[in-house]
Ligand binder design. Structure first.
Ligand code: G3H
Ligand code: 13P
Ligand code: ZN
Length: 328
């Protein structure tokens, strides 16, 4: 059944687990993710970016997620707008059946330029008022996602945003988080702790210098009735980098967020864990492998089947390690 983010994360908080939020753009991703959720009895958040909505179309996304819910009646599903950039994006998502929206006011509408606090509070409060009036949940973001190694803010697509930022902007301030939640009424809050979008998060295995998990505890201890969200939570697994590179890919060596750090984050109160890059790598790694191993092959299903199996295995692992398995 389709439920709201608030319903789903209240349950996760009560039972002390984290829910992965996987990005979807097409049927194969939806089928693979739900196969994993259903196999381990886990609730799931399916999130669509603005890019996903224009790729698949709102009608297709809605019908697809309704079909996934009908095919998997035991799995609670939240359909969530990832990184909404203004009120209109969020309201059109809700009109198309999304049960939850993210208003990302940490950046301006262009999703590149870091925004100031007053803008963020005003736009998030406006979206929360409108969304709550029709029963949808709202996620806000405080602090700009980006690299503590380089000081670069991260745009939604993993490229750099405008200008250099200092540590203060790249790490969410716990006191400001309390004020933000009280003034906006958001149901969930995305925080910045040194992660960024895309595959190129860290140039070495992250330690406390470049991945500041301690801010999570400080925020969680004070936060009133709102759930914490961690963006940029792909682990960029070595075996998927190797799979891609062994099949003609050219991904330079890179490091993501180790799964054990996310498990630590969940123990400190993270409830929604955003993952897109790992899912992309799982699928395209196998597209490359089939293309290399079977140059005569041209049936797209022969590319999709191993790609979906890898994605299902990845999702299953995250449901289990985040404690969501058995919670549906
Ligand atoms: O947060 C960003 C997600 O990875 C979505 O990326 O805008 O390319 O769909 P996208
Ligand atoms: P990754 O690029 O680490 O998968 O992050 C995805 C994300 O935060 C989507 O909002
Ligand atoms: Zn994100």
């Amino acid at each position: 059944a389709l439920i709201t983010l608030r319903q789903l994360l209240d349950h996760a908080a009560e039972h002390g687990y984290g829910v992965p939020a996987f990005n979807i753009n097409n049927m194969e991703q939806g089928l693979a993710i739900l196969k994993a959720a259903s196999a381990v009895d886990a609730p799931v958040i399916l999130q669509a970016s603005r890019g996903a909505r224009s790729y698949a179309g709102d009608i297709m996304l809605r019908r697809m997620v309704e079909a996934l819910a009908e095919m998997n009646p035991g799995v609670p599903i939240c359909l969530h707008q990832d990184h909404g950039n203004n009120l209109a994006t969020c309201m059109s998502a809700i009109r198309h059946g999304f049960t939850s929206v993210m208003m990302d006011g940490s950046l301006h509408e262009d999703m590149k330029t870091p925004a100031d606090y007053d803008y963020n509070v005003a736009v998030t409060a406006k979206v929360a008022e409108a969304a709550h009036a029709v029963g949808a949940s709202v996620e806000g973001e405080l602090g700009v996602l980006g690299s503590l190694e380089t000081g670069e803010a991260a745009a939604e697509d993993g490229s750099g945003a405008e200008g250099k930022l200092d540590h203060g902007q790249l790490l969410t301030d716990p006191g400001q988080a309390v004020d933000f939640v009280l003034r906006t009424g958001c149901d969930a809050l995305a925080i910045a702790c040194g992660t960024s979008h895309g595959a190129y998060k860290f140039t070495r295995k992250p330690d406390g210098e470049i991945l500041a998990m301690h801010v999570i505890q400080a925020i969680h201890d004070r936060l009133p009735g709102t759930h914490l969200v961690m963006h940029g939570s792909s682990s960029v697994p070595q075996h998927l980098q190797d799979l891609i590179n062994a099949s003609g890919g050219e991904m330079p060596q890179t490091y993501g967020v180790p799964v054990e750090e996310i498990e630590r984050g969940i123990r400190m109160g993270v409830r929604k864990v955003n993952i897109d890059t790992d899912c992309r790598m799982a699928m395209t790694g196998h597209f490359r492998k089939v293309a290399r191993d079977r140059p005569d092959e041209f049936d797209p299903r022969k590319f999709m089947i191993p790609a979906m199996a890898e994605l299902t295995a990845l999702c299953r692992d995250r449901f289990e390690r985040f404690g969501a398995a058995g919670q549906a």
